[in-house]
Design a protein around this ligand. Sequence first.
Ligand code: SF4
Length: 439
Amino acid sequence: MALSGIQIYKLLPQTNCKECGFPTCLAFAMKLAAKQVELSACPYVSEESKAQLAESAAPPIRLISLKSDGNEVKAGNEVVLFRHEKTFYNKPGIFVKFSDEMSPAEIESKVKEADGYKVNYVGIDLNLDGFAVEETSGDPAKFANVVEVVRRSSRRPLVLVSSHPAVIQAGLSKLANEAPLIASADEKNWEAMADMAKKAKAGLVVRSQTVEGLADLTEKIKAKGLEDLVLAPAADGMSAWLTQTTQIRRLAIKKNFKPLGYPVIAFPKNEVEAAQAVTKYAGFIVVDQFTPALAYALLVLRQNIYTDPQKPIQVQPGIYEINNPKPDSPVLVTTNFSITYFSVANEVEGSGLPAWLVVCDAEGMSVLTAWAAGKFDSERIAKSIKTFKVADKVDRKRIVIPGHVAVLSGELEAELPDWEIRVGPREALDLPKYMKTAL
Ligand code: SF4
């Protein structure tokens, strides 16, 4: 049974030293009971209390980690049902699946292509996470051979997919010193699969048509001493699958129901199912094919869902060149909130007009919000102009500030007396017309 806040409080030092970031031990205890903090934030808990608090300290969804040659994909450790309540922590690993009946040469070429695929999104490099080999041949030797080909072509973690223990064993024999994921154990094969996963230190996917069936299987497998489990709800259709994953997540997080306190794996049949799995609530997603279009869409969606809603996505402050600017091109100024940056950059780029775009560090806020918060003022703009040595790039010292902060123009003239300060439009959409007619 999970402990209440008061019960947890009685096990804490009760010195109210504030080192955990909370004003009192009671406040910390309440957060711990709600699974919103880690016990390790308090450095003074006794070993005896730690043992008693273990259940309350454990995240409601177990952390599962796949490892191979320095690469690691983690899922689980989530503490909230909805992203806006706090944040989601471990992005679902996206894996590309290959059948063991494909030709080794084709697999090698496709794995290398997917392995090298990279998207730069708001300054962050996004990659796929690993590969899955699915047995469709019924032949352990063929399966093992394909696992070897994939491993030779990429160092990323693997998921081995078969319901036959002999096939999985053949695949595992090609993977030394790594922690793959085995998919899947079901009502018929769970004992053999659990023994094998335990011996290989691999994670094990548990598959059932019903939520009750999943809970039943995880309890039996846990009793055998294997705890690194992943749930594969197997209901047919998007609606039924969504219902199951939502029930699992609710029971794990709201009721602390341990038999379902594991990440979920999804095997989507198409792009829409894959997108649903990103949002609700897969920890691993195994797609049937690699295409840059699908990879881009899933990686960007995942990035947006798994960012902390309290910390806006930011771009690197600096000076950005748009359409090969010349020394007489205008200097536009904006903030480092990613949406603001991309709105401005896309409009100017689409117009074909050259410009220097100075992105100021406004702690990731949009123009008006940053101005209201004192994070986008004349001092900061002037500092950016100087720090990024904008004067060395242009021979016409002319800055365009966003129309929303026209009020800053006088102060900025005082900060940058050598520069001509112009007030641009309020909306990025109007920038091209402004640049053509007013500059
Ligand atoms: S760090 Fe520990 S002892 Fe100090 S206030 Fe927080 S819970 Fe209490």
